[in-house]
Design a protein around this ligand. Structure first.
Ligand code: GAL
Length: 846
């Protein structure tokens, strides 16, 4: 037995494993916390906070045990009385977390830090009753130093208080320590937090120059001489270190007590493999710090060789080649899992985005979880990394507007220093639709651009301007490096504007892109929408938005523009426009609305108030909240993956009560023409005209049977598809995203449940109630069906399907082995079963 363990440990140590940047030997601090909720409770009652829960001796024996990441808001239940922007989830409250842990006496003299990737919100942290830090912005990563208040050789207690009662948000923010926490134990002389900055100032096919700036901190009591070296390794996509490709000479630093010092070293890598969207080659800089000839710290940073350039008239260039930005904006929630970060869920989202050709992400409107950027590096996405939704002028009470004066410089520093080594990050965004854009004289945009450049001058700075027609030529656009335009298709698409803009004096070098586009709304699979739904014909947009086709046309007319970030890739919790009872959207654009438009907005809001929609998540997604593609997915796929032979028909063909009635049929294809057949009879061939992106047969008379589309490209057959009227559902079908799971406490399997008729065709309208069960050492953590109006808690294993689909999310208990057996049942239907193998060997990653 002993021997087995030894082999296991040796194997673990032998794999040179790097997850993200950080100190070798950092450990996860996610497990074994205690939690209690005070202030507002889920049911709307209040529980007062007890006296001093931060104290060492506070009695927390009745608190709930849990592991991080944790989001208390997603636990629900949904509250119909809450406003739409909240996601109708009761996230407002005061959360306390405590964790008891021992620190060995032999570590006295070392530094102990806790690194929080993010805590929502207004975090205050204590160790053994002593305050060690606070950080109000819930999306920012921060560190606290535990060292001065440690009880060496004894039990220690860390306590965290979070307050979301004083948090204003236009969407569902989540609540709790919703990202990872790590314990960092170092020598007093160590690499400072985010203290390694790798740049690649010169790249040719033969040689890549790598400049590594290292900041070392001396927390010891005396002046110390130390040295450091940098080695560069190849890094594969599984984060395993490969060949060593460069070694630096040793460099010396003398650091007085309590001071940090920086130094740079230049290395050369022969024949560097460039990072691109297709080939995500990465390298790793490993910095070793020595004191008295002893190695005291190792800090590792993945990075990539690539060049980026935003041009005035030829869009965005990656490694010198034009890449059209086919991006999506996304909020940070993971649907039914809420804001609690989960790598498997993030990866699933990115793979879905990739499958329709999305190649860029805007982290609207806040700093993302670090895992998102590592995944973007590995999977090949460009990232616009965004800091804030507002500057000094807030959009809601208690939002970032209140924090801005005191915190914005520090928050920008943390964001940029944390994320500046990721090859995927191509743009820093300081904000979204900020009121200050209308006041160029304030110089605020310039100030923020300068703050970012203090910490990284290798990437341009931008922000998303609303109503660019009003602010794009007032001078604000010259205070950033690249001009972001929200909902501007009508503006730059119109010949009167963009030409004028491009040619304006001072704009000779300015590059532009659509920082937010479309905002088309739909409910998946709804064509003749029920109450509080929006049709899936992809023809509905809010007043400020547009249809995908309009943006495509504008971009085709002005290829100098770098591309777009569509609002949004996924549906998200909160902001259920057009059934949003929140008025922040109105306030958001107040400077640009006419009196008449303002009246219309107010009237729309009054109607919503009267009708009390149950809508709790958005309709904007190309993909629904559960991760199922809407029709729009295929429209984007047809444009963004032009080489993929594909054709898609909408709607489905199950309308028993519409026989003889007109039903429009749309076809999305990467071909240039298509012929439509109903029950074998041609309904004609249609060809895309200039600036036309979908083919429409507006007056098809419905009769049950088969609708088939044959697409052509350059006159050759390109792709074919059909939709059939189905019978009623007789059995269930399960499609998991994978068939094995790691028992590491994080990994998830996503199981799609669909319905088959007698012939084995999927029934697109089935809405049967499905019960999911799981046998074995695991549990069903959530279910969802993509219906934005459904108020059944996400934790329920019983849920009706929505337009033919349901999702169940499965997790294995940490450290367990064996098989999980998943069963889905619906009354009167043949059940479906699935085995999921638990992978042996697990490890909490850094
Ligand atoms: C934009 C805003 C986004 C979102 C979107 C909805 O104006 O920047 O955050 O609210 O509207 O269409």
């Amino acid at each position: 037995m002993r021997k087995k363990w030894l082999i296991f440990i040796v194997l673990l140590l032998a794999v040179p494993y790097v997850r993200a940047q950080g100190h070798q030997g950092e450990t996860s601090f996610d497990w074994g916390w205690l939690f209690a909720r005070y202030g507002w409770q889920a049911d709307g009652t209040r529980i007062p906070e007890p006296v001093s829960p931060e104290q060492y001796a506070f009695d927390d024996s009745g608190w709930r045990k849990l592991d991080l990441p944790h989001d208390w808001g997603i636990e629900g239940p949904f509250r119909p009385d809450l406003e739409g922007f909240t996601g109708k989830l009761p996230w407002k409250g005061i959360g306390w977390y405590r964790k008891h842990f021992r620190i060995p006496a032999k570590d006295k003299g070392k530094q102990y830090y806790l690194d929080f990737d993010g805590a929502m919100a207004n975090a205050e942290v204590w160790l053994n009753g002593e305050k060690v830090g606070d950080r109000p912005y819930g999306y920012i990563s921060f560190r606290v130093d535990l060292t001065p208040h440690i009880r060496w050789g004894e039990e220690n207690v860390v306590a965290v208080r979070l307050n979301t009662e004083k948090l204003g948000s236009r969407w569902y923010p989540g609540a709790g320590i919703y990202r990872h926490v790590r314990l960092v134990v170092t020598d007093p002389v160590h690499v400072a937090q985010w203290g390694v900055f790798v740049t690649t100032p010169h790249i040719t096919d033969e040689e890549g120059k790598v400049s590594v700036n290292v900041k070392i901190q001396n927390d010891g009591p005396v002046e110390t001489e130390c040295s450091y070296t940098v080695d560069i390794y190849e890094l594969n996509t599984d984060d395993v270190r490969g060949k060593k490709v460069a070694v630096s000479p040793s460099r010396k630093l003398v650091l007085p007590s309590d001071v940090s010092g920086s130094d740079s070293v230049l290395l050369k890598v022969a024949f560097p493999k460039r990072w691109s969207l297709e080939h995500t080659n990465r390298y790793m800089a490993s910095v070793k710090v020595f004191r008295n000839k002893k190695k005291v710290d190792v800090y590792e940073v993945p990075f990539g060789f690539r060049t980026i350039q935003f041009t005035h008239d030829n869009g965005f260039l990656l490694n010198g080649k034009r890449v059209q930005i086919n991006g999506t904006c996304n909020h940070h929630d993971l649907g039914a899992l809420g804001a609690a970060v989960n790598e498997a869920a993030l990866k699933r989202q990115l793979m879905i985005l990739k499958s329709f050709g999305c190649n860029a992400l805007r982290t609207s409107h806040n700093p993302p979880a670090p895992e998102l950027l590592t995944l973007a590096d590995k999977l090949g996405f460009l990232v616009m990394d965004e800091a804030f939704d507002c500057w000094g002028v807030g959009k809601k009470e208690y939002d970032y507007g209140a924090l801005f004066p005191k915190w914005h410089e520090r928050d920008i520093e943390s964001l940029v220093c944390r994320d500046r080594n990721h090859p995927s990050v191509i743009l820093w965004s300081t904000g979204n639709e900020v009121e200050e854009q209308y006041h160029p004289e304030s110089g605020m945009a310039r100030h923020l651009t300068e703050v970012v450049h203090r910490f990284d001058n290798t990437r341009p700075v931008t922000f998303g301007a609303s109503y660019p027609s009003k602010s794009a030529m007032n001078g604000t656009e010259l205070q950033v490096d690249v001009h972001g335009m929200n909902y501007a298709a009508g503006v730059y698409g119109g010949p009167y504007f963009y030409g004028e803009f491009l040619n304006k004096e001072g704009h000779e070098y300015l590059s532009g892109y659509s920082s937010e586009s479309s905002s088309t709304m739909s409910s998946r699979g709804e064509y003749f929408p029920r109450r509080f739904h929006v049709s899936s014909y992809d023809l509905n947009e809010p007043g400020w938005g547009g249809l995908p086709d309009q943006e495509f046309a504008a971009l085709d007319r002005y290829p100098g523009i770098c591309g777009e970030f569509v609002w949004t890739g996924f549906d998200y919790l909160g902001e259920p426009t057009p059934y949003n009872s929140d008025n922040s959207v109105l306030l958001n654009h107040v400077a640009a609305l006419s009196e008449e438009e303002m009246e219309q907005q107010k009237k729309a809001l009054e109607d919503i108030e009267k009708n009390r929609p149950t809508s709790r998540s958005s309709y904007f997604g190309i993909v629904d909240l559960a991760g199922f593609p809407k029709d729009r997915y295929y429209l984007y796929q047809s444009r963004w993956l032009p080489q993929l032979p594909m054709v898609h028909i909408l709607p489905h063909w199950n309308f028993p009560d519409k026989e003889g009635e007109v039903i429009p049929v749309f076809v999305y294809t990467s071909g240039d023409e298509a012929e439509l057949f109903l029950n074998g009879k041609s309904l004609g061939k249609k060809k895309k005209q200039a600036y036309e992106y979908r083919l429409r047969w507006e007056d098809v008379i419905y009769q049950p049977g088969e609708l088939k589309a044959v697409a052509y490209k350059h006159g050759q057959k390109w792709a074919e598809t059909e939709v059939r009227t189905t019978g009623r559902a007789v059995k269930l079908k399960l499609t998991p995203d994978k068939t094995s799971i790691k028992a590491d406490g994080d990994d998830l399997v996503f199981v799609k449940v669909s319905f088959l008729d007698e012939k084995g065709d999927e029934v697109p309208v089935a809405e049967n109630l499905v019960s999911c069960t799981l046998n074995g050492a695991g549990r069903i953590v959530a279910t969802d069906n993509g219906d934005p109006t459904c108020l059944i808690p996400f934790s329920s294993p019983v849920r009706p399907a929505f337009n033919g689909l349901l999702l169940a999310v499965v997790k294995a208990e940490r450290g367990h082995k064996g098989m999980l057996h998943f069963v889905a049942e619906a009354e009167g239907l043949e059940k479906a079963e699935l085995d999921i193998q638990i992978e042996t060997g697990y490890r909490k990653k850094r």
